[in-house]
Write a protein that binds this ligand. Structure first.
Ligand code: SF4
Ligand code: FES
Length: 332
C-alpha cells in the first residue's frame, strides 16, 4: 500500500493504482473529470487530457515535482506522492484549454441533442469551459449515418475518446468499426458498408460521453429530464437483466444500463433487454432510480415519489417544525 495526498487529502491505495482512481477513492469535488477513461474497459484513457493534474512531489524518495502536468488516468501513484487538482491554477487553466480544444469541432446543438442533460461534455463545459469561443474557422461537417439498425452516428459530436471501439473489441465477438484516418481527418466509421450488429453493440451508446452515438429507438422522443428513470430487472439468459427504464406514464421510452457516480456502466446489458422489451409488463420494477452521476435529471428527486420515503420526509418536517415551535400557520 502507498500513501498519496490529493488536494491536501491523504489516502492509502494499493501500489499500481492510478491517481484518478486514488482520487475516486476519496471522492467529492477533487476527483478529476474523465472523458475517455472507463474503468471497465481495459486500456482506456490517455486520449482526451481532461484529467490532467499537477504532481508537486513525486514520492518520499524523490520530492521533486513532475516537470509537466500528467494524465491522472494513466499515471500511477508512488509512496508520498503529492497531487494538485482543483488547488492548482495551472491545472484549471490547462483544463480550460483542453475543453476549448474538445469544443473546436463540436456543434452547439445541445437544444436538439438526445444526450443533453446527461452529456459529460456539456457538464465539463459548464464547469471548466470559457463562456465565449475564439474560434472563427469552419467546423468539420459530416453526414449523419446509421451504424447498424439501432445506432445513429453523428460524427460532428464525436470527441474521439475510443470508448465505443473498446466496447466493440472487448464485449462483442467482432469489431467492424473504428477510427479511420489521422489528425483532424480522424473519424469513427464502419469498414465499408458493414453494420454494427451484435448482441452487445448497444453498450456503445451508453459509453459514448457525448451525443455522437444515439439510440435510434429513443431519438427525439423526449428530453431526458422529462422522463422518470426507474430501476427494473428481468430474467435474461444473456446479461444481468438489471436496467433503467426511462418512462413517461406507462410508456417505456428507453432502456439503458445502470450507471455509477462517474457515469460509467455498472453491468453491461444485451440488445434484447435494451431494444425488444419496451413494455413495462416485461419488467419487475424496483422503484425510482437514484441518479448518482452529476446530471440535470437528479435535480428532480423522483425517488421522493416513493410513498414510504415521502411519508418519512413529511414526518421529519413535522418533527423539525414542532421542535422549532413554529406557529401553526407557518408549518402548513
Ligand atoms: S462515437 Fe462516442 S464513444 Fe465513440 S469515439 Fe466518438 S465520442 Fe467516443
Ligand atoms: S480521462 Fe485521462 S486522458 Fe481522458
Amino acid at each position: 500500500m502507498v500513501k498519496v495526498t490529493i488536494d491536501g487529502v491523504e489516502t492509502t491505495v494499493p501500489e499500481g493504482t492510478t491517481i484518478l482512481n486514488a482520487a475516486r477513492q476519496i471522492g467529492g469535488d477533487l476527483v478529476p473529470p474523465a472523458m475517455c477513461y472507463y474503468s471497465s474497459l481495459k486500456d482506456s484513457g490517455g486520449k482526451c487530457r481532461v484529467c490532467l493534474v499537477k504532481v508537486s512531489q513525486v514520492s518520499v524518495k524523490d520530492p521533486r515535482p513532475m516537470p509537466k502536468l500528467v494524465a491522472s488516468c494513466r499515471t500511477t501513484v508512488m509512496d508520498g506522492m503529492v497531487v494538485q487538482n482543483l488547488t492548482s491554477p495551472e491545472v484549471l487553466a490547462a483544463r480550460k484549454g483542453v475543453v476549448e480544444f474538445l469544443l473546436l469541432n463540436h456543434p452547439l446543438d445541445c437544444p436538439i441533442c438526445d444526450q443533453a442533460g446527461e452529456c459529460d461534455l456539456q457538464n465539463l463545459a459548464y464547469q471548466h469551459g470559457a463562456s465565449t469561443t475564439r474560434y472563427e474557422e469552419g467546423r468539420r461537417t459530416f453526414e449523419k449515418i446509421d451504424i447498424g439498425d439501432k445506432i445513429k452516428l453523428h460524427m460532428t459530436r464525436c470527441i474521439l475518446c475510443y470508448r465505443c471501439t473498446m466496447v466493440a473489441n472487448q464485449l462483442t465477438p467482432g469489431r467492424v468499426h473504428g477510427v479511420l484516418n489521422r489528425g483532424d481527418a480522424s473519424e469513427i466509421s464502419t469498414y465499408i458498408e458493414k453494420a454494427v450488429d451484435n448482441e452487445f453493440s448497444g453498450n456503445m451508446i451508453d459509453v459514448c460521453p457525448v451525443g455522437a452515438l444515439t439510440d435510434k429507438t429513443f431519438r427525439f422522443k423526449s428530453r431526458v429530464w422529462f422522463t422518470n428513470p426507474m430501476d427494473a430487472h428481468r430474467d435474461c439468459p444473456k446479461c444481468c437483466g438489471k436496467v433503467v427504464l426511462w418512462t413517461k406514464g406507462e410508456d417505456v421510452l428507453r432502456v439503458t444500463a445502470r450507471k455509477d457516480a462517474y457515469g460509467e456502466v455498472k453491468e453491461y446489458i444485451c440488445n434484447e433487454c435494451r431494444y425488444d422489451h419496451k413494455n413495462i409488463k416485461d419488467w419487475t420494477v424496483e422503484g425510482p432510480r437514484h441518479i448518482e452521476h452529476d446530471s440535470v435529471i437528479s435535480q428532480n428527486h423522483y425517488e421522493y415519489l416513493d410513498m414510504q420515503k415521502l411519508k418519512k420526509e413529511i414526518d421529519r418536517q413535522i418533527i423539525f417544525q414542532k421542535g422549532k415551535q413554529l406557529p401553526e400557520s407557518a408549518s402548513q
